[in-house]
Design a protein around this ligand. Structure first.
Ligand code: ADP
Length: 460
């Protein structure tokens, strides 16, 4: 059982009082004078009360000092500090309450730091940029993604007005309208970062907001790539429709002419039918190339992983184009390569890619020209070049010839039965294998297409 301070003081007082009474009783028989008796009682009481009071105050002060020490430690952030149990009930209860408070504080702070760590992890792993502003438009928080996106959004921006940090009129106007309107909004904004990128801004307003609290959370979605793909898709649909429409319109025209009477003249009839056949073949070629492209691009195509002897691969493709080259009196040379040179990949698709390159080389090289295929072993793969002495490609067109339907000379390509899809198919096949295709060309002197194929394909 613990002593209470109250009882200790009362008991001590009683003890001192009874001692004084005893002394007074004893003294009254010694001294005749009541003054002397009173003085003796006072002296005795003081002699007893002084050390007793001193002892009591020391024992009282000790636990209080310990409590003060712990409180000071807590204030300094040492939340693991606890009071020792002591003999006084009041200070022991105070100590217990203090320990409970410290435990509560420690647990709350641990929860807060866990929540903060989670929030930081979420913000840091986001690909979207996040900007948090208070109701006066000052920056409260910027995540890593936004730092990478916007040059001005660095840690020095914290606490500064947003308008000073990102000097971009449409963006500032957007933020201002959200702060003033108090409603969430979304808008597309083009920003220079330093190259131009398109962002979809999503602003949410936090309610209720305090003077220093969060008012607006802005999320920056980088939709540049999405926009590019959207544009490519739109262009593709427009191009494909155009490419299909041209031969179809022509076919319809000639059929109409035949019906209107051209069929009655055998020579005209034969000529028109010949034209119709050419356009039909062109349509067939476009559809077949489109089908190939969509099969590869859709990702459903199952690539074969076969051991491919490079000499065989080159020979398979050359065999297809040799008769065409001969008809055009061109020399098609396959430079001998190491017979043992092998890679892994999809033989049919790789042959198709080489046929496309050889077909172009033959198509865009005048009669009497030369087409040469050369194969070289390189570390971890093989390099195959298809060189011609043809018309060449102007430098500004070089980066675009791998785009779908892109042709340097549309009429010429169509005349040759080209679809404008050959090189994009080649690029897809090569890249699916983890390889690369490059081109070197000089107008009027010829072009060289180089395939770099890894020994092991990228697909599994
Ligand atoms: P196409 O069916 O028109 O040949 P491709 O995608 O194969 O389509 O080629 C795209 C364009 O690149 C061609 O229209 C042509 O202008 C150019 N091109 C491709 N290969 C050659 C080459 N060997 N020599 C000159 N121009 C070429």
């Amino acid at each position: 059982m613990r002593l209470t301070l109250q009882w200790t003081v009362v008991l001590t007082f009683l003890a001192v009082a009874s001692l004084a009474a005893i002394v007074a009783w004893a003294a009254s028989s010694q001294f005749d004078s009541p003054l002397l008796t009173g003085l003796a009682v006072l002296l005795v009481s003081a002699a007893v009360a002084w050390p007793a009071g001193l002892l009591l105050s020391r024992r009282l002060a000790q636990p209080l000092q310990q409590l003060a020490e712990v409180v000071r430690g807590l204030a300094r952030g040492r939340l693991d500090q606890r009071t020792e149990p002591d003999e006084w009930r009041e200070t022991a209860e105070l100590g217990q309450a203090l320990n409970q408070m410290a435990e509560q504080l420690q647990a709350t702070l641990a929860d807060i730091s866990t929540d903060r760590a989670r929030l930081q992890a979420v913000l840091a792993s986001m690909v979207e940029g996040v900007l948090v502003l208070d109701r006066r438009g000052r920056v409260l928080l910027i995540n890593d993604a936004l730092r990478r996106m916007l040059p001005g959004a660095d840690p020095s921006a914290i606490g500064r007005p947003f308008i000073e940090v990102i000097r971009h009129h449409p963006l500032n106007e957007f933020v201002r309208s959200v702060l003033e309107g108090g409603e969430g909004r979304r808008q597309e904004v083009a920003l220079l970062t330093p190259e131009e990128r398109i962002f979809l801004l999503q602003a949410s307003v936090a309610k209720p907001e305090g003077e220093r609290g969060v008012a607006v959370v802005l999320v920056f979605h980088d939709i540049t790539e999405l926009k590019r793909l959207e544009r490519i898709r739109k262009d593709f649909v427009a191009n494909a429709s155009h490419e299909l429409k041209t031969p179809l319109t022509s076919i319809a025209g000639y059929v109409e002419a035949l019906i209107d009477g051209a069929k009655d003249d055998p020579a005209t009839c034969a000529q028109f039918l010949g034209i119709i056949r050419k356009h039909t073949e062109n349509l067939k070629a476009i559809l077949s190339d489109l089908l190939q492209l969509s099969t590869i691009e859709s990702g459903v195509y199952r690539w074969k992983r076969q051991e491919v002897a490079v000499a065989d691969l080159v020979e398979r493709a050359a065999r297809v184009l040799r008769p065409v080259a001969e008809r055009r009196r061109q020399t098609l040379t396959v430079r001998p390569c190491e017979a043992s040179l092998t890679i892994h990949g999809d033989l049919d698709r790789l042959t198709e890619a080489l046929i496309n390159l050889l077909d172009n080389a033959v198509k865009y090289t005048p009669e009497g020209g030369a087409v040469t295929i050369e194969t070289t072993a390189v570390p971890d793969g093989v390099r195959i070049t298809v060189a011609d002495t043809g018309i060449g490609i102007p430098p500004k067109e070089l980066s675009r010839i791998f785009e779908r339907f892109y042709r340097v000379d549309r009429a010429r390509s169509r005349e040759q039965g080209g679809t404008g899809l050959g090189l994009s198919i080649v690029k897809h096949i090569v890249e699916a294998h983890g390889g690369r295709i490059t081109v070197d060309s000089t107008v009027g002197r010829g072009s060289t297409f180089t395939l770099l194929l890894p020994a092991q394909p990228a697909f599994s």
